[in-house]
Design a protein around this ligand. Sequence first.
Ligand code: G6P
Length: 361
Amino acid sequence: HDTEKGAYPHYMLKEIDEQPAVIRRLIQKYSGDNGKITVDPDVIQAVTDCDRLYIIACGTSYHAGLVGKHLIEHLAGIPTEVHISSEFSYNMPLLSKNPLFLFISQSGETADSRAVLVKVKKMGYPTLTLTNVEGSTLYREADYKMLLYAGPEIAVASTKAYTAQMAVLSFIAVATAGRKGLALDFDPVHELSIAAQAMEQMVDDKAQLKEIARDFLSITRNAFYIGRGLDYYVCMEAALKLKEISYIQAEGFAGGELKHGTIALIENGTPVLAFATQENVNNSIRNNVEEVLARGAHTCIISMEGVTEQPGDQIVLPKVHKTYTPLVCAIPLQLIAYYAALQNECDVDKPRNLAKSVTVE
Ligand code: G6P
């Protein structure tokens, strides 16, 4: 039963474990008999026709949107901006001539996102909603819709919807590239199956992540995640997850930006966890780790097998194509937050002050 915990102590843990299966289901839902990604042609036409894509979202969905922007720009060459709904709604940026608005929302009910949808519809612009809930408000009210097929997400802190969002955004990028006749130098379905396999390996090896939570996060009030490129976006989600459920104050930071202020916060023993999965910035993120280490930080490096791996790295993720690293990073960032929350005896599934869907602006 989708809405029961079964043998799991928490919905969150169940939903973390479901992620490899969700990715496999998405491959089925969004690929044809020819083994190629297939997305509703009307959606892809709308994406191809726009001169700029505006992604609008809140919280974890916003973080998935940042990864989506990277993929859509790099693979499909569509200029893309990502905006926090509540900001966009009151401080609308200068818009392009033919914008398309993409709303990302697990629940499809978030009031801040809906406020933007209502505004841009009034202005006559086309809208697309990516949601987990068929028939939700944002689903009904958008011109185009796509589903996440993640199954009901019960824990307040979003996990499987996040990875599903990133996977579907990659489908939009791949299908748009196809429509535009841009050749990809990898097979997305094949690489995504490898990513699902890697995620499976990570959920099967929880002991190492429990140890990281114990060694790095058991007696601390704050923590930093650092990364560059796609890893930076992963760090923002890692910090949010940690804050939401363990109440440890956390910040996700671009490695190179630390020296412009935030490094002042590094003291003896301050935990700094670095994601280092991106080949092109591997040296620079490792330099950032050295910089904080020299100031007493307690550092942990999460790297990738055969790509960025170095002896002494605390966690080495199984190798996946660079497009899909955030999917694999999601598992350790979620499980580290989960175990940190257990250590702090927090209510994992229902953190204080938070709601699953926020229906007020
Ligand atoms: C709430 C939830 C978050 C979620 C955000 C956006 O704050 O606690 O987990 O990321 O809303 O929700 P949505 O349903 O629009 O993705």
